[in-house]
Design a protein around this ligand. Structure first.
Ligand SMILES: Cc1cc2nc3c(=O)[nH]c(=O)nc-3n(C[C@H](O)[C@H](O)[C@H](O)COP(=O)(O)OP(=O)(O)OC[C@H]3O[C@@H](n4cnc5c(N)ncnc54)[C@H](O)[C@@H]3O)c2cc1C
Length: 381
């Protein structure tokens, strides 16, 4: 259910000010420490950000997809690690439970997820299983009241902080996604261990690590949906996650454009601000046009999703277009800043590295293209 317009406007204003006044000054520190300060995590909990998308009955804010996208755009205006802090709880870490959980499972976990007391992660990728995610090899073998889960999950966002994982593992002999089931796996079960955080190109502060499962006894009551439904659940979770990521890309692009406008107004060459040179204006115009197009696509798709439409195609298109768009905007930003764009103190090179990830995770651009083409062919145009 949508918030009343005044309450929602106040939330957006609060997030906007929080990003501008509290988070942006911390960007260099997060980059250097590869960590979001615990004080910020606590503030985000108090603001309700961990429960944006979770129903009010479970203590969340119960935002619609269109509202969540607006918040994600605002959060995009700062270093992506801040959004990632609560992003798994709002998206891929909680939505399997929201979409396929029983009332008992929801009552057990969702209030803690909404408050941020429980941090969640989504564990689909494996060392040899990436884009072809239906090929998961982690195994879940039924043994009375438990399944014994074994395998390794790779590049799992927030794994080192997570209390609860949604893990996709194979329960049947069927090939591809049909033999895959989804499980809620608490971190504290015996046999769960977490690897060292990876060293990454960007998005410092949003850490990823391996999750090792060694015959972990997961209660049957922790299975999400029926046996064999796990891959379908994971794909539905990712459809939604893609729209959220696309919204973040819009926010980053809008921030970069604002930074470029400010810099181009101050920096003078050939006796005038570089903003008065038409070749600089051309770059600003291209970035602005593309960011507006992405914003329109994201918000229209979110509204269609809220109306109950099938938006598999549109979500993939939004993620594909917005993630490629922000890559081009970041590249132009480096160009507009000139040498300063390459120097760490200005923060542009950091965002340039940060945005590269958006074309890779939750389905690469190539996978989005395949989805868009498949759905377009299915729809007949
Ligand atoms: C920082 C980070 C965070 C992540 N967080 C998570 C997480 O929280 N949970 C999780 O489960 N996973 C996570 N991932 C994993 C991520 O979703 C995968 O890396 C991504 O899906 C791509 O898989 P891959 O890396 O194995 O690449 P591959 O699948 O090996 O792809 C390599 C290249 O081949 C292309 N390719 C593959 N198949 C095709 C095809 N059929 N047609 C054309 N081209 C193709 C790809 O587009 C790509 O260009 C994360 C990854 C990173 C880097």
């Amino acid at each position: 259910m949508a918030l009343d317009p005044d309450t929602f406007a106040a939330l957006i204003e609060t997030v906007r000010r929080y990003v501008a006044e509290r988070l942006r000054p911390l960007e260099a520190q997060v980059e250097a420490d590869d960590a979001v300060p615990e004080a910020v995590v606590a503030e985000m909990r108090a603001m309700g950000l961990f429960g944006l998308s979770i129903a009010e009955d479970y203590g969340g804010l119960g935002l619609t997809m269109a509202e969540e996208a607006r918040v994600a755009i605002e959060m995009g205006r700062t270093t992506p690690a801040f959004r990632s802090t609560f992003g798994t709880n709002v998206g891929i870490g909680s939505q399997g439970l929201v979409l396929a959980g029983t009332p008992e499972q929801k009552a057990q976990w969702l209030p803690g997820i909404a408050s941020g007391e429980i941090i969640t992660s989504f564990a689909l990728t494996e060392p040899a299983v990436g884009s072809d995610s239906g090929a998961v090899t982690a195994r879940a073998v039924r043994d009375g009241d438990v399944y014994r889960l074994s395998g390794t999950k790779r590049y799992i966002t927030n794994a080192d902080r997570a209390d609860l994982f949604t893990v996709m593992a194979r329960t049947g002999e069927e090939s591809g996604g049909r033999g895959v089931s989804a499980f809620l796996v608490p971190r504290d079960l015996a046999g769960v261990s977490i690897g060292e955080p990876e060293r990454k190109m960007g998005q410092k502060g949003a850490r990823v690590a391996d999750v090792h499962l060694d015959a972990v006894a997961v209660p049957v009551a922790n299975r999400l949906g029926a046996e064999g439904e796990g891959f379908k659940i994971a794909m539905r979770v990712l459809d939604r996650g893609r729209l959220h990521i696309a919204a973040v890309c819009v926010g980053v692009a809008e921030r970069l454009i604002a930074d470029c406008v400010a810099y181009a107004g101050e920096r003078r060459q050939f006796g005038k601000p570089i903003a008065e040179h038409q070749l600089i204006q051309a770059m600003i115009a291209d970035s602005k046009t593309e960011a507006l197009a992405a914003r329109a696509l994201v918000l229209a798709t979110a509204a269609a999703k809220d109306a109950g439409d099938d938006v598999v195609l549109e979500s993939a298109a939004a993620k594909y277009f917005a993630s490629e768009m922000v890559g081009r905007v970041a590249d132009r930003a480096v160009q507009i800043y000139g040498g300063a764009g390459y120097i760490a103190d200005y923060g542009i090179e950091r965002l340039y590295r940060d945005v590269r990830l958006f074309r890779l995770y939750e389905g690469t651009s190539q996978i989005q293209q395949l989805i868009i083409a498949r759905e377009t062919l299915k729809r007949g145009g």
